[in-house]
Design a protein around this ligand. Structure first.
Ligand code: PLP
Length: 398
């Protein structure tokens, strides 16, 4: 393959850019994962992750898997075949999690929502109120639907569940939300929160995280679904002493230690602010291009990914391919129902203003090269104006 000079611009919404210091931290010799000093590495990771999930009482599990494994762990450790769950489907990832629940033999009530919207708390409340016999054992929600760039309001969903007086567990996928947009495990009384390493946590793919409430841990005795690799119990037996029930992905754990330190150094609230500013700059660019987001209204805007609709008659897949071939820019593809209709800019993880402007410029050039009628420089200009007025670093309160 011919050498491509300069950097690849990685703007898919995961895997995201890994900070240099995290990359370096992963360059380690292989080691004995049963050595007496191994727990010095592993034990603090749980505490660090708990801070990121914003929990005191939740228990975090780390699986050598991706987010999909976390989904499976959450469902199989808490539910029995035939148990009823309520889900909302509004994009490829909420579809895949729903599909997994069906394939595991759960009785799945699906609220179909328009793609570009998210989970509607009022409809969830209605379904729970109607469920007088409390057959629904869990509500499953994707916090940030990466396929469409839509964020659902988990705090409002918790309020709706409380208003319905329903005891269902609350399961949340925050694979593309955690450590980049606000997530409050304890405050929102989440029972299982699922995430992965390759997005807000700025690591390669390969670790799946599940944060579990005491309530969800308590229902495990009735969870008749089969599980072996993802059984929480095996981790409960080994994790407190700092070990794993099987061979862990040790370099990733070293990377996780450094990534958690990066998060601590920047501060979670500063990270959320930075993501909001960069997302808003992207939205200004989209507006200046005269294009629309897949997200139907501000209520659904995601601060980690923007799915941008291309005009009728234009194939978004060609824009993405050309951006990659010509400008060494990786944009996110449209998935399933929105394939060919959108391209995505992932503004998640370790990035700053000038990196984002590079992606906006590349998207702009690729669109122009593919016949989209936009003004050269319009998106970049609008984003620049916004970014000049809105620093990514939070201003100290005066
Ligand atoms: N959930 C969401 C919201 C995602 O964006 C993804 C992957 O992009 C997944 C789940 C699946 O995670 P993984 O690909 O890490 O298995």
């Amino acid at each position: 393959m011919a050498r491509r000079p300069g950097r690849n611009f990685l703007f898919v919404p995961g895997p995201t850019n890994v900070p240099e210091r995290v990359l370096r931290a992963m360059v380690v010799s292989q080691e004995d994962h049963r050595s007496p000093i191994f727990p010095e590495l592993t034990k603090p990771l749980y505490e660090g992750l708990k801070k990121v999930f914003k929990t005191k009482d939740g228990q975090v599990f780390i699986f050598p898997s991706s987010g999909t494994g976390g989904w499976e762990a959450a469902l199989t450790n808490t539910l029995a075949p035939g148990d009823k769950v309520l889900t909302a489907r509004f994009g490829q990832f909420s579809h895949l999690w729903t599909d997994m629940a069906q394939r595991l033999g759960l009785d799945v009530e699906v609220q179909e929502e328009e793609w570009g919207t998210g989970a509607h708390e009022e409809k969830i409340e209605e379904a729970l109120v109607a469920d007088k016999e409390h057959r629904i054992k869990a509500v499953m929600v994707v916090h940030n639907e990466t396929a469409t760039g839509v964020t659902s309001n988990i705090g409002a969903i918790r309020k709706a569940m409380d208003a319905a007086g329903h005891p269902a567990l609350l399961f949340v996928d925050s694979v593309s939300g955690l450590a980049s947009i606000d997530f409050r495990f304890d405050e929102w009384k989440v029972d299982c929160a699922v995430s992965g390493s390759q997005k807000g946590l700025m690591l390669p793919a390969g670790l799946g995280f599940v944060c579990v409430s005491q309530k969800a841990l308590g229902v495990r005795k009735n969870a008749g679904l089969n599980k072996v690799y993802f059984d929480f119990q095996d981790h409960i037996n080994t994790n407190p002493s700092g070990y794993f029930p099987y061979t862990p992905a040790t370099p990733l754990l070293h990377g996780l230690r450094e990534a958690l330190q990066c998060i601590e150094d920047e501060g979670l609230e500063n990270i959320f602010h930075r993501h909001h500013v960069l997302a808003e700059a992207t939205r200004r660019a989209v507006n200046a291009w005269g294009l629309k987001l897949c997200a139907k209204s501000e209520r659904w805007h995601s601060d980690t990914v923007s799915a941008i609709m291309v005009p009728e008659g234009i194939d978004a897949a060609k824009i993405i391919r050309h951006a990659y071939d010509r400008y060494n820019l990786a944009l996110g593809a449209g998935l399933s129902k929105v394939a060919g209709k959108v391209f995505r800019i992932g503004h998640i993880g370790d990035l700053n203003e000038l990196m984002l402007l590079g992606a906006i410029a590349g998207a702009e050039m690729s669109m122009l090269d593919n016949g989209v009628k936009i003004q050269a420089g319009s998106g970049v200009g609008a984003a620049q104006e916004y970014l000049r007025d809105n620093p990514i670093e939070r201003q100290a309160a005066t």
